[in-house]
Design a protein around this ligand. Structure first.
Ligand SMILES: [Zn+2]
Ligand SMILES: [Zn+2]
Length: 275
């Protein structure tokens, strides 16, 4: 089987409203394209910060501007009007673990995706609030990023860790550390192994300036050496992006001897053969 967890039913722009995109017809378009591409297992994981309840967790300006929809209405829609697995992409906000847990525990997810898009108030992957060019060295940003990813895994809040080297998203447009990047991956891999979390292989990086799968091959090799289960996603924000460039991901997984993917059901995990 093939999976595409971590789908978004709408693009990230704020004007893309729930009313327009959280519809059975839109979910059906995702299903149809997935079927054409041989992907049986689909899970939706909308960004938590688009929901008003997220403001109980964090009050970043981007979140205040984006939080418009009701989280329970989203859950009810996915459960009652689609056949997609229900997930959420819940940013890890250090120090707010109890609030994140409170938001998550009140709802019945199939899976919870953990992601790190910010280091304190600064964004890794958007031009607004960007961390890049603010005087902090690439080395320090990378180190802080992977330490935060490690911390997110150790919280036990998440079933899978998304795009686990998002810090590279800008490619050559942002500075990169000089030293062997495996030095930075190490604490994250250790935390994945200790916490037993699944690690996402995401083709989304191929659509970004970096033009590379998340995680980078040497990082993925370390993740596999540590025995971590793999989840496969495109992080699609439109139906056309479902299974985006999966042939590249499948080739990489095959070369590295990965034969199974993680499947989630009500936060229980099982492994299914790729195919
Ligand atoms: Zn993300
Ligand atoms: Zn996403």
């Amino acid at each position: 089987m093939l999976t595409d967890y971590h789908l978004h039913l709408r693009p990230d722009e704020r004007e893309k409203t729930a009313e327009r995109f959280f519809t059975p017809a839109n979910a059906e378009r995702y299903r149809e394209i997935a079927a054409e591409r041989g992907i049986a297992e689909l899970g939706v994981a909308e960004h938590v910060y688009r929901f008003t309840q997220a403001l109980d967790v964090w009050q970043h300006e981007l979140w205040r501007d984006s939080a418009r929809d009701d989280l329970d209405a989203y859950c009810a829609f996915v459960r009652e009007e689609t056949d997609l697995r229900l997930g959420i992409e819940a940013d890890f906000v250090p120090g707010r673990e109890d609030r994140i847990a409170n938001l998550l525990d009140q709802r019945e997810w199939d899976f919870v995706v953990g992601s790190v898009h910010f280091l304190r108030d600064a964004s890794l992957d958007t031009e607004d609030f960007t961390i890049w060019g603010g005087g902090e060295s690439a080395e320090r940003i990378w180190r802080r990023y992977f330490e935060t990813v490690a911390e997110s895994a150790r919280t036990g809040l998440y079933d899978l860790i998304a795009h686990p080297d998002l810090v590279k998203v800008w490619g050559e447009r942002a500075p990169r550390p000089d030293k062997d990047l495996r030095f930075f991956y190490e604490p994250a891999v250790e935390a994945f192994a200790e916490s037993g979390v699944a690690v996402e292989v995401s083709t989304a990086g191929l659509r970004k300036p970096v033009g590379e799968i998340y995680p980078a091959r040497p990082y993925l090799e370390m993740v596999l050496d540590a025995g971590c289960p793999i989840a496969l996603s495109s992080d699609a924000h439109t139906p056309q992006q479902i299974g985006f460039e999966y042939e590249k991901a499948l080739e990489l997984l095959d070369e590295l001897g990965v034969r199974e993917l993680t499947v989630f059901d009500r936060r229980e995990r099982r492994m299914e053969a790729i195919g």
